[in-house]
Design a protein around this ligand. Structure first.
Ligand SMILES: Cc1cc2nc3c(=O)[nH]c(=O)nc-3n(C[C@H](O)[C@H](O)[C@H](O)COP(=O)(O)O)c2cc1C
Length: 169
């Protein structure tokens, strides 16, 4: 699938089939994440691949936005590994944003759906996963086969005109 086709066809899936995601597909998504650029190539990300019933229960304890997915990536960065700008701004959130984007488009290319989820309680997740103080969870990403009833949400088609947010100088 060429990139623009992938980018335009993807939508946030909020209803998943319980069908498990094949191990080979998980590996391809992880390869896509590995290929992502990170500031100074620091690769500060840490990905939790949540698939067991216990792990999915931990996700459900901190978020109502799993949507029945059989797999959830927890995308974190290590504060001690991320690059910082001269003003001290950590690259971690941006690095995780790019990692998540690679995961999302790799998933779609593999016939899977995904949803970017920021609506989770970080303190509950940190406790459940016993995250060390240096690990910051940035987002959850439920992934799986869309259910038969999955449809794009109303906001999916609401894109601003192509040049509204663009300035040519
Ligand atoms: C940073 C970010 C956070 C988001 N958090 C959530 C979330 O917590 N729950 C949810 O259902 N969707 C979430 N979304 C999905 C957006 O609502 C969705 O991408 C947007 O409405 C456009 O729809 P589309 O992805 O179907 O094109 C998030 C998306 C982004 C990029």
């Amino acid at each position: 699938m060429d990139f623009l086709t992938n980018a335009k066809a993807r939508y946030s899936v909020r209803s998943f089939s319980p069908r498990p995601v094949e191990k080979e597909k998980v590996t391809i998504m992880l390869e896509a994440a590995q290929a992502a650029p990170t500031a100074h190539n620091a690769q500060p990300y840490v990905l939790y691949v949540m698939q067991s019933p216990e792990a999915l229960a931990q996700i459900d304890a901190c978020s109502r936005n799993r949507f029945g997915a059989p797999l959830v990536f927890v995308i974190c960065y290590d504060k001690t590994q991320a690059w910082a700008s001269p003003e001290g701004t950590s690259s971690g959130p941006v690095d995780c944003g790019i990692i998540g984007t690679h995961l999302m488009f790799a998933a779609h290319d593999l016939g899977l759906g995904s949803c970017w989820v920021m609506r989770f309680e970080a303190s509950i997740l940190k406790q459940a996963l016993k995250l060390p103080e240096n690990l910051v969870p940035v987002s959850l990403m439920p992934v799986g086969y869309p259910s038969e009833t999955a449809v794009a949400g109303p906001r999916h088609s609401q894109r601003k005109p192509l040049l509204e947010n663009v300035l040519f100088k």
